[in-house]
Write a protein that binds this ligand. Structure first.
Ligand code: WTA
Length: 668
C-alpha cells in the first residue's frame, strides 16, 4: 500500500464470556460455544452452496432452484431458477402451519391517555388478511409486478402491511424515512419513476404531528414544476386526523381497504427478482437506490436474525428493534428477518423520551421484551438522561441486547450491559450496511466472547478480511480496509439505474488475484484473537503528521472521560501537521465547560491513545449536529472547525451547532 496504513490505537482488554441460557431466562442457545460457531463458519466458507442450500430448504419455494450460486464478480445470483415469495414466508406460511392465531406484530402508539398507550396486536391471520386487502387495492389501481411503490409513513402497522403487500404482488417498494423532506421524496420518486405513494395524514413524534401528507403534496408539486411527475395515486392512511388537503390523486386507504377482499394469492417470484430498493447517501450529494432481490435477501436476513438474536418460536420471546422501517435495519430486522422466525416483532410509533425518558423501559416491561436492538447514539442518550429511568422499570425479561449503525464506544457498551442488561445479558454489536442486506460481522449471544467496542466475528457465509490497497491481508492489529472476499446471499445486486456507480463505489478499490472484491468503505483491524474492530468510514479517517487515525477512536477516548456525553472528531487543516484534530464535545449535565476541562481532556486523550491524538481544538456544544437519521454531520463540523461556517449566535461557552445544522439541512 503506497500510503501509510491506518493506525489503530484503541485498546480494550476486557472480555465478557457468554452466560448460560438460564442466566438470562432463555430456553437455549442456538449456537452454544465458540467451537460450534467456528465449525459452522468454516463449513459456510468452504462449502457455501451446501451450507446455504440447507438453510434455504427451511423456507417455502414454489419451484426449487437449479443452482445455489452463480458468481461472476461483481454479479451474484443466489438460488438461481428458484421461485419463492418473501411475504408468503413471513406471513402465509405461519397461517398454513397452524399458527394463524399467534401474534406477528405488537404495536404501541406514542400518545398516552390516562396513563395508557394505544396498543394493537396483529396475529399472522390478521396480517394475512390486511396484506391481502392492500394487495388487492394496489392491483385494482393498476400496480403490477415490477412497479416501484414509494412508502412514506410513520411507524404504524399499516407501514408493515404496505411493505408486505408490495412483496406479495412483486412490486418493489422504496421506503422513505418519515423524517425526510419534500425534496428528498421528489428526488427518490423521480429516480424510481414510482407511480404510487403510500403515506399517512401525519405521524406522532414527541407529542407533535409530522405532516407527512403535506410533505408528499409539496413533493408532487415540486415534481410537477420540474416537468417530471410520475405519481398517479397517493394512498393516505388516517392516523393523526390533522387537516390535510385532498386532491385528484388522493385515495383514502381506510375506505379502499373496507371494500377490498382479503384473498390474494402470493405471486411466485424469481429468486433474483427485485424485492425492494432503498435509497442511501453516498459520498456525492445524490442518493443511490440500493437494490435487493428476493431469495438471497430473505434467506440471509432470516438466518442472521435467528442466530444473532437467538430467536426461538413458542418460547415466549418478544423481539423489539427500535429502528424506523425507513432504514435498512427496519427492513431486515423488524420485518423480513423476524416474521419468518415466528417470534412477534414489536413496533413502537414514537420518540424514546415521550412523555418521559423512561418510555422505552416501560415498553420493555409492558410487553415483556426479550430481545432489544438499538443504536449506540440512543444508548449515549439514555446514559445522559440518567440511570434512574431504566431502574424504574422491570427489565428482567431481557435476554439479548443488540446495537447497530456505528461503532459503540466501550463506556456505552458497559453501561448498556449494566443498566439495561442487568450485568448479564450478552450484547451483539452487529456490523453491517444497507448494501450487505443483513449482519456480516457480529457476536452470537451464546457463543462469542465479547470485547466492548468490537463487533467480533464474521457471520456464516461471510468471508471478511482486512487488507491493504493491494489486497494483501493485514497482520493482527494492523488497520486496513474492510472487504468481503466471497459473495453472500444478502448482498446488494446493484445501484438502481446506475451500473457504473455500483462498480466504482464497491468493486474498484481492491482486487485479489485479479478479481474485484467488495469494499465496504470502512477502516478496521482484526486483533490477535480474530475479533474485528471497526475504526470508522474511510472518509472519516484523518492523517495527522503522516499517521492515520480513526476519528472514532479519538471520540471513544473522549467519551470515556466522565465529563463527556458525546464527541465528534474531524480533521482540520493544520500548518505543521497537515491535518489537525478538532473535537466537538457535549457534556454530562452539571459539568462546567471551560479551559480547565479542555486541558484535562487533552491530557486524557494523550494518555489513553498518545500525544498524536491530542485534539488541537476542543469546542463544547449543547448538542452535536445530526441529520434526521442520527448521523453526525461531519462535513458541517469540518467547515465549522476550519472557520468556514459562521455561527451568529452569542457563543460564550456552549455553542449550539444544532441550529447551524438545521440551517444546513434546510438548504439541502
Ligand atoms: C457503520 C446500518 C461499527 C459502518 C446497518 C457502516 C457500524 C455504516 C456498525 C452502514 C457497527 C454499522 N460497528 N460501525 N456495529 N454498524 N456501522 O448503511 O460505518 O446505515 O459502513 O447501515 O454504519 O450504515 P447503514
Amino acid at each position: 500500500m503506497s500510503q501509510p496504513s491506518i493506525e489503530s490505537t484503541l485498546h480494550e482488554d476486557r472480555v465478557f464470556q457468554p452466560p448460560a441460557p438460564s442466566d438470562v431466562g432463555a430456553s437455549d442457545w442456538l449456537v452454544g460455544s465458540l467451537a460450534e460457531y467456528e465449525t459452522m463458519h468454516k463449513r459456510s466458507i468452504e462449502d457455501p452452496e451446501g451450507f446455504f442450500a440447507e438453510v434455504a430448504a427451511g423456507f417455502h419455494w414454489y419451484k426449487a432452484w437449479d443452482s445455489v450460486l452463480e458468481w461472476d464478480a461483481p454479479d451474484a445470483k443466489w438460488f438461481v431458477g428458484g421461485q419463492t415469495n418473501a411475504c408468503y414466508n413471513c406471513v402465509d406460511r405461519q397461517v398454513d402451519d397452524g399458527f394463524g392465531d399467534r401474534p406477528a406484530i405488537i404495536w404501541e402508539g406514542e400518545p398516552i391517555e390516562n396513563g395508557v398507550p394505544e396498543t394493537r396486536t396483529l396475529t399472522y391471520a390478521d396480517l394475512q388478511a390486511e396484506v391481502g386487502k392492500f394487495a388487492n387495492v394496489l392491483k385494482s389501481h393498476g400496480v403490477t409486478k415490477g412497479d416501484v411503490v414509494t412508502i412514506y409513513m410513520g411507524m404504524v402497522p399499516e407501514l408493515a402491511v404496505a411493505m408486505l403487500a408490495c412483496a406479495r404482488i412483486g412490486a418493489p417498494h422504496s421506503v422513505i424515512f418519515g423524517g425526510f423532506s419534500s425534496q428528498a421524496i421528489a428526488d427518490r420518486v423521480c429516480d424510481a419513476k414510482s407511480k404510487v405513494i403510500v403515506t399517512c395524514d401525519g405521524a406522532w413524534r414527541r407529542g407533535k404531528v409530522v405532516p407527512l401528507k403535506e410533505n408528499v403534496d409539496n413533493a408532487i408539486k415540486m415534481m410537477g414544476d420540474q416537468g417530471e411527475q410520475p405519481v398517479e395515486h397517493v394512498f393516505c392512511v388516517g392516523r393523526c386526523h390533522n387537516d390535510i388537503a385532498w386532491g385528484a390523486l388522493d385515495r383514502c386507504y381506510n375506505e379502499e381497504m373496507s371494500k377490498a377482499s382479503p384473498e390474494y394469492a402470493c405471486e411466485p417470484m424469481d429468486s433474483e427478482d427485485m424485492l425492494f430498493l432503498l435509497y442511501t447517501s453516498g459520498s456525492t450529494g445524490k442518493p443511490k437506490g440500493i437494490v435487493h432481490t428476493t431469495g438471497g435477501y430473505m434467506v440471509h436476513t432470516a438466518m442472521t436474525a435467528r442466530y444473532t438474536f437467538n430467536l426461538i418460536p413458542d418460547s415466549g420471546q418478544v423481539y423489539w428493534c427500535t429502528a424506523d422501517c425507513g432504514w435498512i435495519t427496519g427492513h431486515s430486522y423488524i420485518i423480513y428477518g423476524i416474521l419468518p422466525n415466528r417470534v412477534p416483532t414489536l413496533m413502537y410509533e414514537g420518540g424514546p423520551d415521550y412523555p418521559t425518558a423512561a418510555r422505552f423501559w416501560q415498553i420493555v416491561e409492558r410487553h415483556r421484551v426479550t430481545q432489544f436492538y438499538t443504536a449506540p447514539t440512543a444508548i449515549r442518550a439514555f446514559m445522559k438522561w440518567g440511570d434512574e429511568h431504566p431502574a424504574s422499570a422491570d427489565l428482567s425479561s431481557l435476554q439479548v441486547l443488540g446495537t447497530v449503525g456505528e461503532p459503540i464506544n466501550p463506556e456505552a457498551w458497559v453501561w448498556y450491559r449494566e443498566h439495561i442488561g442487568r450485568g448479564v445479558c450478552p450484547i451483539v454489536d452487529t456490523y453491517w450496511q444497507t448494501e450487505t442486506g443483513g449482519h456480516v460481522i457480529t457476536p452470537l449471544p451464546g457463543a462469542t466472547p465479547c470485547k466492548p467496542g468490537s463487533c467480533t466475528r464474521p457471520m456464516f457465509g461471510v468471508d471478511a478480511a482486512i487488507v491493504d490497497a493491494d489486497g494483501a491481508e493485514q497482520p493482527a492489529d494492523a488497520g486496513g480496509l474492510m472487504v468481503i472476499r466471497k459473495p453472500w446471499p444478502g448482498m446488494l445486486r446493484g445501484v438502481f439505474g446506475d451500473r457504473q456507480r455500483f462498480i466504482d463505489t464497491y468493486w474498484s478499490t481492491v482486487r485479489i488475484d485479479g478479481e474485484p472484491v467488495y469494499t465496504a468503505g470502512d477502516g478496521a483491524r482484526r486483533d490477535a484473537d480474530g475479533n474485528f474492530w471497526i475504526m470508522g468510514r474511510i472518509d472519516d479517517v484523518i492523517n495527522v503528521s503522516g499517521h492515520r487515525l480513526g476519528t472514532m477512536e479519538v471520540e471513544s477516548s473522549l467519551v470515556a472521560h466522565e465529563a463527556v456525553n458525546e464527541a465528534a472528531v474531524v480533521g482540520v487543516p493544520h500548518e505543521i501537521k497537515g491535518t489537525g484534530i478538532a473535537a466537538f464535545v457535549s457534556l454530562v449535565p452539571g459539568k462546567a465547560a471551560g479551559d480547565e476541562l479542555k486541558d484535562a481532556l487533552r491530557a486524557h486523550v494523550s494518555s489513553e491513545i498518545g500525544p498524536i491524538a491530542k485534539p488541537d481544538q476542543i469546542r463544547f456544544t449543547a448538542a452535536l449536529p445530526k441529520t434526521r437519521s442520527g448521523k453526525i454531520m461531519r462535513r458541517l463540523l469540518r467547515s465549522i472547525a476550519a472557520g468556514e461556517t459562521e455561527i451568529s449566535q452569542d457563543m460564550s461557552t456552549l455553542e449550539d451547532f444544532s441550529v447551524v445544522a438545521k440551517l444546513a439541512e434546510d438548504k439541502e
